[in-house]
Structures are given as structure tokens and as C-alpha cells.
Ligand binder design. Structure first.
Ligand code: ADP
Length: 638
């Protein structure tokens, strides 16, 4: 414990007694941590802010720190009001870069603070406990978070409900929260077999942890530690892995054979299908944006139903209890999801209506070119009708058109603009890539000159224009949804080992129903314009390029991640140009000096933290899209 006596600056207005008092208070510990908003008002939004915390013998204060500016105190908690200080043990994803939470309960408020590492967290918890041990303390506390109207540990719905675990005013929850390298005897404490999927590669740092390979499945042996879970790989090796690198799969998630399950469908599309069906109790089960989580979407005509305005569709997340049972309504627990659905097909039991009519996708109407067989990407010009011009780009004019009864966008490739033979070789792969958040390439027309590429038509044009045209009118939900849409598409591209190479708001398009889709993936490889493709060229997208791309043209999934950081910045500045008024050379110099784009005014702290993560100098320190998607999804409701 620090013994240093700090002489606080005393304003002339302060009384003599106050100054003496202040001089006697001794700083015990101080440092920068992240705090979650306490949401004192029901309507206040949840956010995560970096604050400079100081614990002295009188109180715990936290202040805003701005480079070159004085600290601005944002809060002060008298130590005598503190009722509990303890670590938070949770396996929920934490939407800020500090992953080690602890709680300070004072008056009727829960303050969640996030430390950068376990050592730091332990120091703070120990110091705070020491200073508050003679207070009137809780006898029991909640070891997990209060979230979405429930305690994640005991599922009580009263925020001030008595805790579910014995609170000790000395020491900390060592039984639940081990330091970063957990002791190996804990490994086999969970007996039931649960499966997890690796969200990204992980290389071990010691001999007790296990390497992870992205998208591989592992058996989960122990998930009781807040950071390190024990898993077993297919060869029987066991070890610790960081839990944020894996997502738990439901034990029985192969639902393809059930008519009520639709795998790859968005919330918006689900609503459209259910509304089109227009039957009371029409429903489907779909993958939630959170990996390993499922959502039941159900349509009702019930008058006065408590659903969103203009929508008669309600979405329920299938939750898992502490005893690994599934439920929609807390009282009705089932060991498998099909059992749960079957029960709710007969009983509303807490739902707005019972699940009456499973709705599935009308596969006939799909235009999915994944059904094309090899070489069938050739579009017959007789089937293609060309209409008016909708834009022009690197390859030439873009026209609106009709193909097999669908509106399409046709890119007419100007002679000499594209390396056509190379593109034809790649076309098969590109037409096979199919995702609801990618602008679909339906095929190409190669027998006529100019060659033309036939794409899904996107009514509202490029995202950069869309953002600029709606400045000041875009809600936080809309901005976040745009980032989520694009991270979904990018996670899909990367899972197919496909690198975009030119991700930016100008290369994303907006559909009729405001969905954002990624376009022009991989297309820069076929551009025959050195000004565009060479990092020395005047059209090279410097401001979206990572340092390794600028220096060595080293494109990778992680250079796409860098560009995604800039993309998020574009979204949250409503379409501003990054590094406006700065020459490319100045940008490169600033990046080398570690300077990054500033936080857009509209970006919540948690989103800014993700941007900065994408702009880590070393590519391997940047997150994968799977992880970004996971983090962004945890910031949205479902
Ligand atoms: P290029 O790939 O030749 O550089 P772009 O993709 O930049 O061309 O397209 C130029 C413009 O054409 C876009 O800004 C947009 O307005 C329009 N456009 C492109 N693709 C589509 C599409 N699929 N649907 C609707 N409009 C499109």
C-alpha cells in the first residue's frame, strides 16, 4: 500500500478545516480504469468510459482525463457509503478492452469497474476492502452482473435483492476468480459435455494453455473461471484458453431437420417473412447475432400486444439457466431446444401467443447462385434488359437492369479497365460467395463487348452518400446496425478465406429496407490502373490502409480489420472523409508516430475502443471479424 501523502491543491474559497482535512487524506491507489455507467435514471444509456480513479482514505473519486488538460472530476463516492466491493465473475462478453470487472456497491447503486488485468483488479479490490471493512456491509452479494433486468447469478429480478453468495469483507473471491494462470487442478470440474467453437486463433503463452484454431470445435471441460476456460481438442489435449476467444455451442444445435429452424436469416428478413405469412402464432427459430444463441421470432395479431410500433413480431432469446436448461419463460425449463419449442407449440406460457405455424424460407424464390453449377455464371444477354444509368465507377458505367424478373445492377466494363481473363477465373468463386450482407454477384456476360457484371440491385446506392444525405437524422441503433451488417459480411468472407482489400463506406451499398451490404469484394485485384493499385498511386486508398499494406502491400484479413476500423469511423461521423485536408504523406507520418483518427462525437466509448483495437500497429493484435461481430452484437439488443 502506498504511504505517500498527497497535498491536494486547495482553492482559496475552501475553508481552513477543509484544507486541513484534504491534506490529511492519503492516496492509497490510483490509476486509469474503465467504468460502466450506473444508469441511475431508467432512460440513461449504458456506456463504458475511461476514468482516472483515485482511492484515498476518505473517498473514491473518478475523473475524466484529457491530454494536456486538467482532470475533471466526474464522481466521488464516500467510502463510508460503500456496502460491498468484490470481483465480478462472469462469462458474458465484456464490451470494452478491460476484461477484469469488479463491483463497488454504494447507497443503492452498483458501480462496475473494469481493470486491464487480474493483478490490477486484485490490487483495487484488496485496497477498497481494506478501507471499507469496518462499514455496515452486505452479508451476501451477487457474484455476477445485473443485466437486462436480472441478476445473471441467481436470476432474481429485483436489483436490490439480497445477494446469493456469502460476502467476505477481507480477502476476495479467490475460489471463483483465479489469477491469469489458473491452477491445473481445476480443469475437470464440469462433468456435462458442452461444445465450444473458436472465434479466432490463439497461440499459447505457457504450458498450461492450449492453442485454438478458428472455427474448430472443442469440448468445454470447465467454465467456472472468469477468463480462462478449460477445453479439450479433438486429439484429447486439454488446457486453458481465454474465454473471449471461444463461443459456446448449444448441446443440440443441429436443427436443420426441424421445419421451424432457419439458419442464416436476419431479424429484419424474419419479420418480413412472418408478416407476409400473416398467421397468428407464425414463428421461426433463428440464429441470434450472438454466437451460439438462438432467437424465437413470433407473429401475433393480438390487440394491444406489447410489441414494437408498426411491428407485430416479437423476438425472444432462448436463454440457458445456471443448470444448463433452456427456457423462454423462466418457469418452464427444458433440457433441449426442440423440447422447449414443442412445449410452446402447445402452451403460450409467458409468450405473446403460442407457437402455432412454423414458417420456413421459400427456397424456390431464391436467386442464390450458390445453386449454379460450375461455369454457369455466364449470363445470357437475351435474358438481360438494360435500363438507366445509376452511377459510374472504376470499371465504367453502372446501369439498372432486369434479369429473370429481378432488378439488377449491371457494371459495363470499360475496355482496358479490368484484367478480364483473371476475373473470369475468379468469377466462379465470387458467384459462389453468398450471404445476406454481401451484394450478390449473379454472373457475367462475357460473350459481348463490353463485358458486364450482373449484381443484386441496391436501391439506395452507396453507403457514403446515404450517410451524408441523412446527417443528423441517424439514430444510434441505425449506426450500430450498419457496423453489425458489415462485420457479418466480413466474418463470412474471412471464413471463406476471402480478403476484401478495399473495404470502405463507398464500397458498401444500402438496400431498399436500409440494410447495408458489402460490395466490390476482391475486385481491386482486377483493376488495371496503377494509380489505384500501387501504394505509390494517387487513387490508392491510403486512408483505409493499414501500415503493413502501405509499406509492403501486405494484404491480409487483418488489413481488412484495419479498414473496418476506418469504416466504423465513417459511419459514426455520418460519412466524413477520414483525415480530411491531410495529404497521404502526412497521414502516413502521423500513423507511424502512433496517431490515430479521433473518436467521432457520435461514437459510444465501447465502439471507439473497438476502432482503436482495429488500428493496432501489429496485425496479430487486431481482432478477427468473428470477435468484432461478437463485441458489436453484445452492444445491440439481440
Ligand atoms: P466500380 O466497381 O466500377 O468502381 P462502383 O461499385 O463504385 O463501381 O459503383 C459506382 C456507383 O454505381 C455506386 O456509387 C452506386 O451508386 C452505383 N452502384 C454500384 N453497384 C450498384 C448496385 N449493386 N446497385 C445499385 N447501385 C449500384
Amino acid at each position: 500500500m502506498l504511504k505517500e501523502v498527497v497535498y491536494l491543491s486547495v482553492s482559496t474559497q475552501e475553508t481552513h478545516m477543509e484544507s486541513v482535512f484534504a491534506m490529511l487524506s492519503r492516496v492509497i491507489i490510483k490509476g486509469t480504469l474503465i467504468k460502466k455507467s450506473q444508469q441511475k435514471r431508467r432512460t440513461s444509456p449504458c456506456n463504458y468510459k475511461e476514468r482516472f480513479f483515485v482511492l484515498n482514505t476518505q473517498d473514491l473519486t473518478y475523473s475524466e482525463q484529457r491530454p494536456g488538460k486538467k482532470l475533471i472530476q466526474k464522481g466521488c463516492i464516500e467510502l463510508s457509503r460503500i456496502k460491498c466491493v468484490e470481483m465480478v465473475c462472469s462469462d458474458l462478453p465484456i464490451p470494452c478492452c478491460n476484461k477484469y470487472p469488479f463491483q463497488v456497491v454504494h447507497d443503492n447503486y452498483y458501480l462496475y469497474i473494469f481493470a486491464p488485468d487480474n493483478d490490477c483488479r486484485q490490487k483495487w479490490v484488496r485496497a477498497l476492502k481494506e478501507e471499507t471493512k469496518c462499514n455496515e456491509l452486505f452479508s451476501k452479494y451477487h457474484p455476477n452482473f445485473w443485466m437486462e433486468g436480472k441478476w445473471k447469478c441467481c436470476y432474481q429480478t429485483e436489483k436490490m435483492a439480497t445477494g446469493c453468495q456469502e460476502y467476505s469483507p477481507v480477502g476476495y473471491a479467490t475460489k471463483k476468480c483465479l489469477p491469469p494462470t489458473p491452477d491445473t487442478e481445476r480443469r475437470l470440474s464440469d462433468t456435462s459435455q458442452r461444445m465450444v467453437i473458436a472465434l479466432q486463433d490463439y497461440s499459447p503463452h505457457g504450458n498450461t494453455d492450449l492453442p485454438l484454431q478458428k472455427d474448430q470445435e472443442y469440448i468445454l471441460l470447465d467454465s467456472s473461471h472468469p477468463d480462462w476456460w478449460t477445453v479439450q481438442d479433438s486429439r484429447g489435449n486439454t488446457g486453458f484458453v481465454p474465454c473471449i476467444y471461444i463461443a459456446e455451442k448449444s448441446p443440440c444445435n443441429n436443427f436443420n431437420r426441424f421445419e421451424w429452424y432457419i439458419k442464416d436469416i436476419t431479424r429484419r428478413r424474419a419479420e418480413e417473412l412472418l408478416i407476409k405469412e400473416n398467421k397468428e402464432g407464425a414463428f421461426m427459430v433463428r440464429d441470434s447475432r450472438l454466437a451460439g444463441v438462438y432467437t424465437v421470432s413470433v407473429f401475433t395479431k393480438a390487440p394491444g400486444s406489447n410489441v414494437e410500433k408498426n411491428s407485430q413480431v416479437k423476438h425472444y432469446q432462448i436463454r440457458e439457466s445456471v443448470t444448463s436448461m433452456f427456457y423462454l419463460a423462466e418457469k418452464y425449463l427444458f433440457s433441449t431446444i426442440p423440447e422447449l419449442i414443442q412445449y410452446h407449440q402447445h402452451n403460450a406460457a409467458g409468450l405473446i401467443t403460442r407457437l402455432r405455424h412454423p414458417v420456413s424460407l421459400d427456397k424456390e424464390s431464391s436467386l442464390n447462385p450458390a445453386e449454379h453449377s460450375e461455369g454457369q455464371w455466364e449470363v445470357d444477354p437475351l435474358e438481360l434488359t438494360l435500363g438507366e444509368e445509376v452511377g459510374s465507377g472504376q470499371f465504367g458505367l453502372v446501369l439498372q437492369g432486369q434479369w429473370r424478373g429481378h432488378r439488377v445492377a449491371v457494371k459495363m466494363v470499360r475496355e482496358g479497365a479490368m484484367s478480364e481473363e483473371d476475373f473470369k477465373d475468379e468469377a466462379r468463386v465470387m458467384t459462389m460467395l453468398s450471404h445476406s450482407k454481401l451484394v450478390q454477384l449473379y454472373g457475367l456476360c462475357t460473350h459481348h463487348s463490353p463485358m458486364c457484371l450482373v449484381f443484386e440491385f441496391m436501391d439506395q446506392g452507396s453507403l457514403s452518400d446515404f450517410l451524408r444525405a441523412r446527417r443528423g437524422r441517424l439514430s444510434q441503433d441505425t449506426l450500430l446496425a450498419m457496423c453489425l451488417d458489415v462485420s457479418e459480411a466480413m466474418a463470412y468472407l474471412h471464413s471463406n478465406n476471402f480478403i476484401h482489400r478495399d473495404l470502405a463506406a463507398r464500397n458498401c451499398l444500402v438496400s431498399e429496407n436500409n440494410e447495408v451490404k458489402v460490395s466490390d469484394f476482391g475486385m481491386t485485384r482486377f483493376v488495371l490502373d496503377d494509380q489505384y493499385t500501387s501504394s505509390q498511386g494517387s487513387k490508392f486508398p491510403f486512408k483505409w490502409s493499414s501500415p503493413e499494406v502501405i509499406k509492403y502491400s501486405k494484404f491480409s484479413s487483418k488489413s481488412d480489420v484495419w479498414a473496418f476500423g476506418v469504416f466504423m469511423w465513417e459511419v459514426y461521423t455520418e460519412g466524413r472523409l477520414p483525415y480530411e485536408n491531410q495529404a497521404n504523406s502526412e497521414v502516413v507520418e502521423a500513423l507511424n508516430a502512433g496517431v490515430r483518427l479521433l473518436k467521432p462525437r457520435l461514437a459510444p466509448e465501447a465502439v471507439h475502443i473497438l476502432m482503436e483495437w482495429c488500428w493496432k500497429e501489429k496485425p496479430e493484435q487486431r481482432p478477427s471479424f468473428a470477435l468484432l461481430l461478437h463485441e458489436l452484437a453484445s452492444l445491440s439488443d439481440l
